[in-house]
Design a protein around this ligand. Structure first.
Ligand code: GLY
Ligand code: MN
Ligand code: MN
Length: 447
């Protein structure tokens, strides 16, 4: 992105945040807000090493700075203050921000210790604190009652579901970076037999990311490991008999914003591979249909419920389910093959806030998007079909066992599972959405 464009979009983003935060703050009974950028967390209390910082998302919403113990002080109508911790350690240094476009938008004060923030807080104001570390609030002279107050946090989470053009531009760039990695890994999978660890490292190199910078730990699953939804315990050696399927769920970040992309590929021409390629093609077609079904005002949970209907049809089409459609639906068979939610809000967090304010129905315990589809939301659409031992064992031992073709299931289980995941922006235009992933990776998976 051109830095001029970024600067302009960022200025508009800040103006928008100022406009939206002010009434929330006042409705919650506060005049000002002090946001902590975060504290470094020890890997274990028994050691002297720390995890890399994941900044407080409310801080990151305003400033793309990943440095511990900084403060943002907001007071509606006044220029925001950034209290920037001076780095004096000769052991470590925080990474330089990727872009400095944010610097001119704040009154910047340098601090040498956390308690220095106190002198920059507006005197006599009712100040709320946002951050994980209550000791920091205490150091700033703020009481426990004003730490992360629910009347403030709830509405601030809600507004984060609606992205500004700046945020969307950041997610577009995060998607572009991730797409480069997906292309590199797909090529390596097609041309050679690499281990999961090797593919993971290849993805990091291609996307120019260190492991902690990825929005979530890359999911790199060969063969049967594709059935572990978040498979991150990479096998380090390539298998003697090469794995013929790959599920790669990996994203990238840009200025704090995430992409979250899954592709599933199969190679080889044996019976299991051909049956699995058929399944991948069906999931790919379903995923595109689901993206096309999105419209303004539709409850996302209806889309998720429809995905279950379509998964049932696919399982019949490929021969895994032997019962009639009605019987299969009544027995809820799709639940054993598609146990996760269809998607989630995406932004500063991979599983972003603001779209799961109401609980899903009991049938959909893991659904993370229960919102009504609305302009400016960004979310994923990620249906899947997996052969998960635990769920299949329950099905095998239950009353519906005879409705399943078990030899076919066992054959497909060697190849794990299929997930295809795109990131979409709700534009509200004639197309309703913009599919950021397909713009870069037109095909979601295949043989
Ligand atoms: N990468 C985790 C997820 O898709 O939700
Ligand atoms: Mn996802
Ligand atoms: Mn994902």
């Amino acid at each position: 992105m051109q830095s001029m464009d970024l600067t302009k979009l960022y200025a508009e983003h800040l103006a928008d945040l100022e406009r939206r935060y002010a009434p929330v703050l006042s409705a919650a009974g506060f005049d000002a807000l002090a946001i902590h950028s975060g504290s470094l967390k020890k890997r274990t209390e028994f050691d002297d090493q720390y995890w890399p910082l994941r900044p407080t998302p409310y801080f990151h919403h305003w400033i793309p700075l990943s440095q511990a113990d900084c403060a943002l002080i907001l007071q509606p109508g006044k220029r925001p203050i950034l209290a920037w911790m001076k780095v004096t350690s000769f052991w470590e240094r925080p990474a330089k921000p990727e872009s400095d476009h944010f610097i001119g938008s704040f009154d910047i004060v340098s601090i040498e210790k956390s308690a220095d923030v106190k002198q920059h807080l507006p005197a006599g104001a009712r100040i709320a604190f946002l951050g994980e570390d209550k000791a920091t609030a205490t150091a700033w002279g703020l009481a426990d009652e004003v730490c992360n107050p629910l009347p403030l946090v709830g509405p601030l989470d809600r507004l984060r579901a609606f992205k500004t053009p700046y945020e969307i531009a950041c997610i577009v760039e995060a998607s572009r970076r991730a797409a480069v990695g997906h292309e590199a890994v797909l090529k390596a999978f097609r041309d050679s037999d690499r281990s999961e660890l090797e593919l993971h490292l290849l993805y990091l190199a291609a996307t120019h990311q260190d492991d902690p910078e990825t929005p979530y730990k890359n999911i790199v699953a060969l063969g049967a490991n594709g059935a572990t939804l978040h498979h991150v315990s990479y096998v380090k050696e390539a298998a003697h008999v090469p794995c013929q399927s790959l599920l790669l769920d990996a994203g990238s970040t840009y200025l704090g914003y995430c992409s979250d992309i899954t592709r599933t590929w199969v190679k080889g021409s044996g019976a299991a591979e051909s049956a699995f390629a058929h399944l991948v093609a069906e999931v790919e077609a379903m995923q595109l249909r689901l993206c096309g079904q999105i419209k303004l005002g539709l409850p996302y949970e209806e889309l998720h419920d429809d995905a279950h209907r379509q998964v049932t049809e696919i399982l019949r089409t490929v021969g895994v389910i032997k019962a009639s459609l009605e019987e299969a639906r009544a027995a809820g068979l799709s639940r054993s093959f598609f146990p996760h939610g269809l998607g989630h809000s995406l932004g500063l967090q991979c599983h972003d806030v603001g779209c799961a304010l109401v609980k899903p129905k009991v049938d959909n315990p893991y659904l993370r998007n229960t919102s009504t589809i609305t302009e400016s939301q960004v979310f994923t659409v990620e249906p899947g079909i997996y052969f998960i031992d635990r769920l299949l064992d329950e099905l095998r031992q239950g009353p519906h066992s005879s409705k399943i073709d078990w030899p076919l299931c066992d054959e497909l289980a060697q190849l794990g599972g299929v997930r295809i995941e795109d990131d979409l922006v709700v534009t509200g235009g004639p197309q309703v959405t913009r599919n950021l992933t397909r713009e870069l990776l037109p095909v979601g998976g295949g043989g």
